[in-house]
Design a protein around this ligand. Structure first.
Ligand code: SF4
Ligand code: ZN
Length: 306
């Protein structure tokens, strides 16, 4: 297969168009750039936090936003949450530290151990022994969101970019449908509707139309080999099953992800301007729609709230 633009050897094909390395990089960066522009995700002068894990998606997000920051004139800082997952997270943390040093990127690291007193591995053990069984991904997802918000406020960012790809977004859509989670369904799309709630940092998704396989192709095109470890807890979550089913669905009905991603944008449009009245968590003071936020509730259930 040849590149449709220069006849060099193609490394990627999409919608019957072949891309060589150079033209793939251009295609990928243009796609991210146009999502940022179209949905006004970043404004000149913003200080943008990037939620990084050291996996391929978030590393690419960090690198590409850093590149675009010079053109669009904004600042970038990586925020890494180390949950403490043995055999997995230490590899990605090491990798990201190396990349950040090499590229001279600002990186702030927060950890579950330092913040909550326990690693995720330890919390999973506690959950088995003391409390009713909670899935590792539930504990991890809720506490990581809580700590990311805290870190974003401390680091002083205006927006927090996550590396959610089109694959992640469509998976989340199905997860919310399955759980009848209407509140979270309304919050999907390239950005969260709330931009100026005190104590809450707006989330943006510059990779909303990017495929997982494209982040891999991009990072390899830059000559970087990312860590290939998978989180040992991933197969225990429902998301894993949804993910595998969606790969199969896309194979049988090509284009289904893009159709759903566009549907989400249309569907959530009407809710973006909605006035949200939030309370303050009675324990940590963060904005929440409940008396006690989910992060504090999980720690309470585990008996690790100090
Ligand atoms: Fe956390 Fe689950 Fe993701 Fe592992 S797969 S990092 S436990 S959310
Ligand atoms: Zn709380």
């Amino acid at each position: 297969m040849r590149c449709d633009f220069c006849r060099e050897k193609a490394i990627y094909k999409k919608d019957n168009v072949g891309y060589c390395k150079e033209h793939f990089i251009e295609y990928f960066e243009k796609k991210v750039f146009s999502t940022i522009k179209k949905y006004k995700l970043i404004e000149r002068g913003d200080r943008v936090g990037v939620a990084v894990s050291g996996g391929k998606d978030s590393t690419v997000c960090f690198l590409i936003l850093n590149k675009l920051s010079e053109i669009l004139e904004f600042e970038v800082v990586g925020i890494l949450i180390d949950e403490g997952i043995r055999g997995y997270r230490e590899h990605t943390v090491k990798f990201l530290k190396k990349i950040s040093k090499r590229e001279d990127l600002e990186l702030r690291i927060y950890s579950f151990k330092e913040e909550f007193g326990y690693t995720l591995d330890e919390m999973v053990e506690i959950s088995k022994e003391r409390a009713s069984w909670m899935r590792p991904c539930t504990i991890c997802g809720v506490l990581r969101r809580w700590l990311l918000n805290k870190a974003s406020l401390e680091v002083g960012v205006d927006k927090l970019a996550t590396a959610h790809t089109i694959n992640d977004e469509v998976q989340t859509f199905f997860m919310d449908l399955i759980k009848n989670n209407r509140r979270d369904l309304k919050r999907l799309g390239p950005f969260t509707g709330v931009s100026r709630i005190r104590g809450f940092v707006q989330r943006i998704k510059p990779f909303y139309f990017v495929w997982e396989k494209e982040t891999m192709t991009y990072i390899l095109s830059l000559g970087i080999l990312p860590p290939l470890h998978e989180c040992p807890y991933a197969p225990l979550g429902d998301r894993w099953k949804v993910r595998l089913s969606l790969y199969e669905l896309e194979r049988r009905i090509p284009g289904i992800h893009e159709k759903i991603a566009n549907f989400i944008i249309d569907f959530t449009k009407r809710f973006k301007g909605e006035k949200i009245i939030l309370k303050r968590c009675k324990i940590c003071g963060f904005p929440t729609n409940r008396d006690i936020c989910k992060g504090c509730e999980i720690r309470k259930t585990l008996g690790i709230l100090s």
